[in-house]
Ligand binder design. Structure first.
Ligand code: KG4
Ligand code: ZN
Length: 337
């Protein structure tokens, strides 16, 4: 029974997960309303909100799971990557619980936890698999041989896919966070209306680049070389076409790179996780591509796509089994390993 704690960005989250797969509780206090008026996450506000809310989120996770602190076998906490001040709130709480309860501490990598999120709730683990992890901070491909062996085979060289969704939403004057808003607008649009660039880098690359498409959307809205003045002139239909065409271009790149990773590795299963994996058009398109290629496909449940602590406890469980315990002097780190 692992208690997971996640405070790397703007969600204060705690969860209790049994055997790495059965979620007994999954509590998320979103801070989105605090950050919306700034158009993005303000680190100081995030840290303060974590501090104010973590106690009640932890209590709710324990009550929801029907367990007491004594029933917990270990405490798993995200200690990288993320906003250092935000991470520190969770890390300090986890250390305190570990020390006072005399239970092992598990230091969990947030991105690897996203890669493990598709295994939550499954009777048998989905690996070996290629994992496509698409979030606001990261866009990466992994080969997962088993619960202990995960290697990154590709990642973005500039913006993450979620970041591109958020920036395009800002260009279209949609509220933050933009991903779900772009998806909503795209529903009424034609994905073939505008041929936005699909940046594949070279023929063999498993890396991603999403900064060019954001500029292409900017010029589509305002006119070539212009960065303002065009939005008001567009009809609702034209806006929907831009959203749908942008979304389709991003999805085409994600699927092409995932299929390259499949061909290169010889693996026959694809798993999908991260905040952008909540996007229904992406889930359906990748599922269809896997069916065409005869591959098995597992997308993380939508509840475990955006940031949550269930995935932290799920990966923590595997570290617990390996007795990979963290010392009480662990730090919080901004960067991925
Ligand atoms: O995994 P996550 O919660 O946080 C990070 O670890 O980054 O991902 C958040 C990202 C944001 O960029 C958000 O706009 C995007 O995921 N996102 C979506 C959707 N829901 C969230 N992007 C596209 N479509 C969605 N439905
Ligand atoms: Zn995340």
């Amino acid at each position: 029974m692992v208690l997971g704690i996640e405070t790397s960005c703007d969600e204060t989250a705690a969860a209790v997960v049994e055997d790495g797969v059965r979620v007994r509780s999954n509590v998320i206090a979103s801070q989105v309303e605090f950050h919306r008026k700034y158009g993005g996450v303000v680190p100081e506000i995030a840290s303060r909100a974590h501090l104010e809310r973590l106690d009640s989120v932890l209590s709710e996770a324990l009550t929801g799971a029907g367990v007491l602190l004594d029933d917990i076998d270990a405490i798993a906490v995200t200690n990288r990557p993320g906003l250092v001040g935000a991470l520190l709130i969770g890390v300090t709480a986890a250390k305190t619980l570990s020390l006072s309860l005399d239970k092992p501490l598990l230091a969990v990598d947030h991105i690897k936890a996203h890669a493990f999120s598709p295994s939550i709730g499954l009777d048998a683990p989905p690996w070996p698999a290629v994992a496509l992890i698409v979030s606001g901070g990261h866009t990466s491909l992994y080969e997962i041989a088993d619960a202990n062996t995960l290697s990154r085979v590709g990642s973005t060289i500039d913006d993450a896919a979620g970041e591109a969704f958020d920036k395009v939403a800002a260009i279209l004057n949609l509220p933050y966070p933009g991903g779900p808003e772009v998806e909503k607008l795209a529903r009424d649009g034609n994905p073939k209306a505008i041929a936005f660039p699909r940046t594949m880098l070279d023929d063999a690359s498993l890396d991603f680049s999403f900064s060019g498409i954001k500029t292409a959307v900017l010029y589509q809205v305002h006119g070539p070389g212009k960065t303002s003045g065009g939005l008001e002139k567009l009809s609702q239909r034209e806006l929907a076409d831009i959203a749908a065409s942008f979304q389709q271009a991003v999805i085409d790149v994600l699927i092409e790179k995932a299929m390259r990773a499949v061909r290169r590795s010889g693996l026959r299963t694809v798993v999908l996780g991260g905040g952008v994996a909540a996007n229904r058009t992406l889930r359906t398109a990748l599922d269809e591509a896997c069916v065409t290629e005869g591959l098995s496909f597992y997308a993380a449940d939508r509840a475990y796509c955006t940031d949550n602590a269930a995935m932290i406890a799920a990966l923590g469980y595997h570290q617990f089994v390996r007795r990979e315990f963290a010392p009480l002097d662990i730090d919080a780190h901004a960067t991925a390993r």
